[in-house]
Design a protein around this ligand. Structure first.
Ligand code: ADP
Length: 488
């Protein structure tokens, strides 16, 4: 069943239930009110008949045994005159004494239960609904008691045909059923139309998405509906998703191309050297040594690159980080010691060194800081300086490496953290860098819920920093300090 049909069905079923409840409620309320009216009428008529008899319809007669007996002057019933009601007077043994003329020649006997009525039942009486000759009749029987004497001298039965009540209830039922049927029909039609209208944007969205899948063109976007509603949000989300997918595919394609390109260069160099050796280079000791040195350099470069790629792949695959307490000041000192042998004419020093401990993966943090340090030493000419610092700022630990080196052009700043990016293709090729060092720094910072920044001026040096939240809280991650550095 289509979603549209299901929506229509659910809507109609709920509406039908509401109608049923409302219909039943109305029917029973009206029925109750009508029967209460009938009861009131019967009670009023009963009081009237009793008043008539109390006013003189009872005659005390002494029996031959000397006992005082009350006799009814039955003709008094004729005084009661209501065309809608039939009044009957019975003896206590159930024999009909007299009735109002509108009874005609129909028979309306006393219900047997009424013979059990005692003087205490004067107020309530006994009510019954019967069908006589195809007509429903409600009767109220009450005992006739002489005031001051607790003796039942007769029974009064007031009856009323329920034709008008039945008619009213019949008309009401017919109206409720036909009205509900029409309302349900209209609701079903309306729900189908509304569901169709509501689902049209989804149909369009599906068609466009299908078109994108068929054309295998992730650059296409779904047209955003003009109204600010759920569909607009859905479309925007799908477009964002497409953009992200496109981005991922492009990155992946570029990544594969870059990796093959990067691998080709050292491999080609090694192949060249092997050919030199093959063509008699082995006999020339100087040539052979040169070729071996070359090949060693290239294999070293390959190993470095493969290691870097492995590290990146691991952080991409969200391999679990070790979560240990890391004393960042000790880490800075350790990195400083490892960098010192590489300094060669560059003044390496430690600047600010706050005592900060965070939770994280010590090895990866060290690798990231080493990458920054090696870069700084590499791009700083002799006589320049490189400063490692550790500061606690705005809820973050900031590990920074500042140098007075060659700097980076402003246009390139935003890209330096991208994979295989080299700010100036010519200057880093000879150093053997594959453009992966900074992407590792970025991934390590992000894996710790932090981020990496760079501030640099061409010819005036650069400052790279890793910002790590002291307590990993989502709002802390959002609340990044704003300065002129480039955030990645
Ligand atoms: P590589 O392995 O080539 O050094 P990185 O990802 O570490 O790759 O760096 C990317 C590029 O950013 C480098 O090629 C270099 O041009 C530039 N770069 C990195 N650090 C510095 C720095 N301290 N000073 C100037 N340029 C730098």
């Amino acid at each position: 069943m289509s979603f549209r049909a299901r929506l229509t069905l659910i809507y109609t079923v709920f509406f039908a239930l509401a109608l049923l409840l409302l219909g039943c409620g109305t029917y029973f309320a009206v029925r109750q009110a009508l029967y209460a009216g009938v009861q009131r009428e019967l009670s009023a008529a009963t009081s009237q008949v009793r008043a008539i008899f109390n006013a003189g319809g009872l005659e005390p007669i002494r029996t031959p045994t000397g006992e005082l007996r009350l006799f009814l002057r039955v003709e008094f019933i004729q005084i009661f005159n209501n065309p809608n009601l039939v009044a009957q007077i019975f003896r206590t043994d159930g024999e009909l004494l007299d009735s109002t003329p509108n009874l005609g020649n129909r028979e309306l006997p006393l219900p047997p239960e009424a013979l059990l009525l005692g003087p205490e039942d004067v107020g309530t009486g006994y009510s019954v609904v019967r069908e006589v000759g195809g007509l429903r009749i409600e009767s109220l029987v009450t005992p006739l008691v002489l005031s001051g004497n607790e003796q039942v001298v007769g029974l009064v039965q007031i009856s009323r045909p329920l034709r008008d009540v039945d008619l009213t209830l019949g008309v009401l039922t017919a109206m409720l059923i036909s009205g509900s049927a029409i309302a349900l029909l209209l609701t079903g039609l309306g729900a189908t139309l509304i569901a169709g209208r509501v689902l049209r944007p989804i149909d369009e969205l599906t068609r466009t998405a299908q078109g994108i899948v068929n054309a295998e063109d992730l650059a296409q976007r779904v047209p955003v509906p003009p109204h600010q509603d759920e569909f607009q949000r859905l479309t925007i989300t799908i477009n964002d998703l497409l953009a992200r997918l496109e981005d991922l595919f492009t990155t992946q394609r570029r990544f594969v191309a870059d990796v093959s390109h990067e691998l080709r260069t050292p491999l080609a160099a090694m192949q060249g050297n092997l050919e030199v050796l093959d063509r008699g280079g082995l006999r020339d000791a100087e040539l052979a040594t040169e070729a071996v040195i070359d090949m060693r350099r290239e294999t070293g470069r390959l190993i470095r690159m493969v290691n870097d790629l492995l590290l990146l792949a691991q952080s991409d695959a969200h391999v679990e980080l070790r979560c240990e307490l890391v004393e960042l000041d000790t880490l800075v000192l350790e990195v400083y010691r490892e960098l010192r042998p590489l300094a060669q004419g560059v003044h390496l020093r430690i600047g600010n060194e706050d005592q900060v401990t965070i939770k994280g993966d010590r090895d990866r943090l060290k690798q990231a800081l080493l990458n920054l340090g090696v870069n700084a030493l590499q791009y700083t000419p002799q006589g320049g300086s490189v400063t490692l610092s550790l500061e606690q700022r705005d809820g973050f630990a900031c590990l920074s490496v500042a140098d007075t080196g060659i700097g980076i052009e402003e246009t390139e700043l935003a890209h330096v953290f991208a994979r295989f990016y080299r700010a100036d293709q010519s200057r880093s090729r000879h150093s053997g860098g594959a453009g992966l060092g900074l992407s590792i720094v970025k991934r390590v910072a992000e894996a710790h819920q932090g981020y990496a920044t760079v501030a640099s001026q061409l010819g005036r040096g650069s400052t790279f920093a890793i910002w790590l939240p002291l307590a990993v809280q989502p709002d802390l991650v959002e609340a990044r300090p704003v300065d002129e550095t480039v955030q990645v």
